[in-house]
Design a protein around this ligand. Structure first.
Ligand code: GDP
Ligand code: MN
Length: 344
């Protein structure tokens, strides 16, 4: 359906790219990406520009752990009228922290491999997950920003979106917008929930009265997770898509939670993703009514889809959730979210 009024249509407000008094708020499209992924990023950028951003001209902010090439900068800036900035991640945000033992990391990655955890042993993947969990919002390029929309190379956008989604977040007091909601591989996060429980024991004051704890702990459909993830349902918002308010990550609750997790070493000794880390924090510390399902934004990151039934969409099948093997349907955790929180 349609989002509630006011819609902030580009036709009624000034969204021209260079206007000093434009209706844009402090928000950006954000992408952590490698130079080698330029040719997978460009079609994604073009689709998001065509379906949404050519009307609003929100700036793009790119991040990389190595300098962007001139070719990357030229080609991406050519794909949009909006302003692009290119940012290097400082070493102290990206590198394995000093308290993580390289020996223990090597040992544990053997176990992760035996358990068939994807990307086990690829240290840059662990670094990426840690940066996306607890570092990106500290980068100086985002200091004046309030909202961001995270974009990865290769993802697809199927539907025309005719309102300012950042303005929507602000006007409706939303903290976090998701698109796809999944179960996770419990083998990648065995001690994430136990560490979370330890943290909560010393900080019960951070738990929100209207939390989504039930979504995080319902293990009826996946009794296996109760054992392997020690009580965590593994339900999470798939964070390759997120439209969110940076203030949440900058809050004392999240800051303390991330620091606790980071000190435990689990980003390296296990393969904690930023998706379960973000999702657990949101489910515990945020009012669940401030979390919004962007069901109107048609989206694909292989192998999952969010495909609305709307004349504004093309390129996916209405209601489609997966592409490929039919067992993927079982990975959908939306039913639990709807059961405990609702569809609002
Ligand atoms: P997956 O979706 O979990 O399979 O992981 P991806 O390979 O898509 O990585 C997630 C995001 O982080 C993508 O936007 C990648 O471009 C980016 N990324 C992953 N590893 C690195 C890295 O080492 N350097 C940089 N600059 N970006 C990375
Ligand atoms: Mn990806």
């Amino acid at each position: 359906g349609e989002p509630p009024e006011p819609l902030w249509r580009h036709t009624e407000h000034d969204y021209s790219p260079d206007s000093p008094n434009s209706a844009r708020i402090n928000a950006t499209l954000l992408s952590l990406v490698r130079n080698e992924e330029l040719h997978e990023l460009l079609p994604t950028m073009k689709q998001l520009e065509e379906t949404w951003n050519h009307k609003y001209n929100y700036p793009w902010t790119f991040f990389n752990d190595v300098p962007f090439t001139d070719e990357f900068k030229r080609a991406t800036q050519e794909a949009t009228k909006a302003k692009c900035t290119y940012n290097l991640i400082p070493k102290e945000q990206w590198e394995m922290p000093s308290w993580v033992s390289k020996e223990l990391y090597d040992e544990s990655s053997k176990i992760l491999k035996e358990n068939k955890v994807q990307y086990a042993g690829k240290v840059s993947y662990h670094q990426m997950c840690r940066w996306n969990s607890g570092m990106f919002y500290r980068h100086e390029a985002l200091q004046d920003m309030r909202y961001y929309w995270r974009v990865e190379p290769k993802v697809k956008f199927f539907c025309d979106v005719d309102y300012d989604v950042f303005r929507y977040m602000q006007d409706h007091n939303k903290t976090y917008g998701f698109n796809i909601n999944l179960f996770d591989s419990p083998e990648s996060i065995p001690s994430l929930w136990p560490e979370t429980i330890k943290f909560l024991a010393s900080h019960p004051e951070y738990i929100n009265k209207n939390n989504a704890m039930a979504w995080l702990t319902d293990n009826q459909r996946r009794p296996d997770n109760n054992v392997k993830a020690h009580g965590y349902s593994t339900c999470h918002f798939w964070s390759n898509f997120e439209i969110a308010d940076l203030s949440f990550w900058r809050s004392k609750a999240y800051e303390d939670y991330f620091t606790h997790l980071d000190r435990s070493g689990g980003f390296f000794y296990e393969r904690w993703g930023d998706a379960p880390v973000h999702s657990i924090a949101l489910g515990l510390f945020e009012d669940a009514s401030k979390i919004h399902w962007f069901k109107d934004i048609g989206y694909n990151h292989i192998p999952f889809y969010n495909c609305p039934n709307s004349p504004k969409c093309r390129g996916c099948t209405p209601g489609q959730f997966y592409g490929g093997e039919s067992w993927l349907q079982r990975e959908d955790c939306r039913p639990l979210w709807f059961k405990y929180v609702g569809t609002g």
